[in-house]
Design a protein around this ligand. Sequence first.
Ligand code: CP
Ligand code: NVA
Length: 329
Amino acid sequence: MDLKGRDFLKLLDFTTEEIAYLLDLAADLKEKKKKGIPVDTLRGKNVALIFEKTSTRTRCAFEVAAHDLGMGTTYLDPSGSQIGKKESIADTARVLAGMFEGIEYRGFGQDIVEELARYANVPVWNGLTNEFHPTQMLADFLTIREHFGHLEGIRLTYMGDARYNMGNSLMVACAKMGMHFTACTTAKYFPEEGLVAQCREIAAQTGGSITLTEDVDAGTKDRDVVYTDVWVSMGEPDEVWEERIRELSPYQVNRAVMENAGEKAIFMHCLPAFHDMDTKIGAQMGERFAVNEMEVTDEVFESPQSLVFQEAENRMHTIKAVMLATIGE
Ligand code: CP
Ligand code: NVA
């Protein structure tokens, strides 16, 4: 499998076999890291990490993975670069491609990362856009595979805002890997029709399926994975909080949902999560709208069924695999 020189912008651009290869590579890199066997074959190379939105996991995963591989990193924070303000994406791409062997971009529209990739003649990796979060998918699917031993046939339900980066990406990833994806939410938050149709076509080839339902009982019955994400994403205005809490509260992942899914079901979340009032925004919004938990209850988040921290660790191993495969040795 040769992915050298490829961008990693969305999973729609990759075949089932290529995704499986990246997961295998990540599993191997994880094992080597645990055994203390260094893989630093990208020594002397450098990567640029552009973050137009904040991050804990993705930034740390890229930095640690790059350092493990022997590379240097330059972090460009949401206010610290000229991108989009004084310098176009096309110019930025060509400047950075002259100094770095790869570029990570986290920001707003998918069109921005696609444009960056068009102008940069080094691999560009999508560290999250409004539409897609593909590196998160590899971590999630490595975690599911570690837990169940396989991906094909796994039934995954996503609850909450299914029309944004996480809902879209999980639907695509499940279709690619022959899994059964259900978006369980109010119809307003279903993924966009065109993408649903595209994923149904892919699923028809892989043995997967795509279901959209507003019915919590049917949508969460006998599931392998129950997944959710924040109800208000980065970059969205504060004004939407009230509406989101009202409309998405029926789709909270709580004990009843997990019992309906069954005792073998696991809970996943890309994080960060509002599962208690211990964060500044969580406390503010909780007080304003009289709630003390949002997309997931603290009970489920802290339960043995919750794999969220294994999932978070896997961000690093999978991002390492993406950089190693696309930069090449
Ligand atoms: N899951 C994820 O992308 O986390 P960060 O926003 O902390 O990078
Ligand atoms: N939907 C969330 C995902 C964070 C990893 C956001 O875009 O803020």
